[in-house]
Design a protein around this ligand. Sequence first.
Ligand code: PGA
Length: 275
Amino acid sequence: MKKLIVANWKMNPATLAEAQDIVAKIDEHVRGLGAGAQNLDVVFCPPFVFLEDVATMLGEGMLADVARLGAQDIAALDDSAQTGSTSLTTSGEVSGPQLAKLVVRYVIVGHSDRRYKLGESDEIVNAKLQAALRNGLVPIVCVGERTRSTGSGQACEGQWQDALKAQVVATLHGLTPGQVSQCIIAYEPVWAISTNPDAKPDTPSSAVESIVLIQQTLSSKLKAQSSKFLYGGSVTPANADDFLQRPEISGELVGGAYVRAEDFCAILSVATRHE
Ligand code: PGA
């Protein structure tokens, strides 16, 4: 299976000119990869304001064959007339039908920034996931434990695994096995994400253990499976290969390293070495 590298641009860059510059550099790099580029799938998830322009850029260069467009978020409701739970809103949101019209194919849901910094509950993430599926978008569903230690800093055997399992079940609640199989699951331990204090990447073997735990949870609690699992959290050119070497890891969700085009290009080069 080709490795999938998803670039979560977060709130970067500041201007369209910079966005164009980054995409042009990556396009040139992919051109240089020659046939190796065929081993690669890339998803760009820019801020909403750049989606249309990035779609145009992706349609024109070498990236047309390897890269697709993703959004970083989606409204839980499709339009203002649709009613949902009282915690769902349409103000300031971008809907699934609007994204689909912009040739967006993927959407990130449940990113830990939104779960923990904006207070998005499992219920809201689940509603966004359903909105993505309803609109024919492939959800990249982020799950991951916040911490592996107690307040006293002691390792807390069992507790974080239970939290992770509960989050997986609540996030994917109500989906049919067929719908779960359409989801890409991104395992992102929150403590490993580069914007958090003292962040450090997980180790590949520990990430694989968590992915196996998620697979077991899907199968035992939801009678379902997903075949694509990404790792995310402080991925860099230096460690990208360690994760991609593991057959259980289908690709990577890259945040901070995307901002430096040369780092992202280096990660793409690493990914072409795997099939
Ligand atoms: P990071 O971010 O690569 O900067 O740790 C990953 C993410 O937020 O998805």
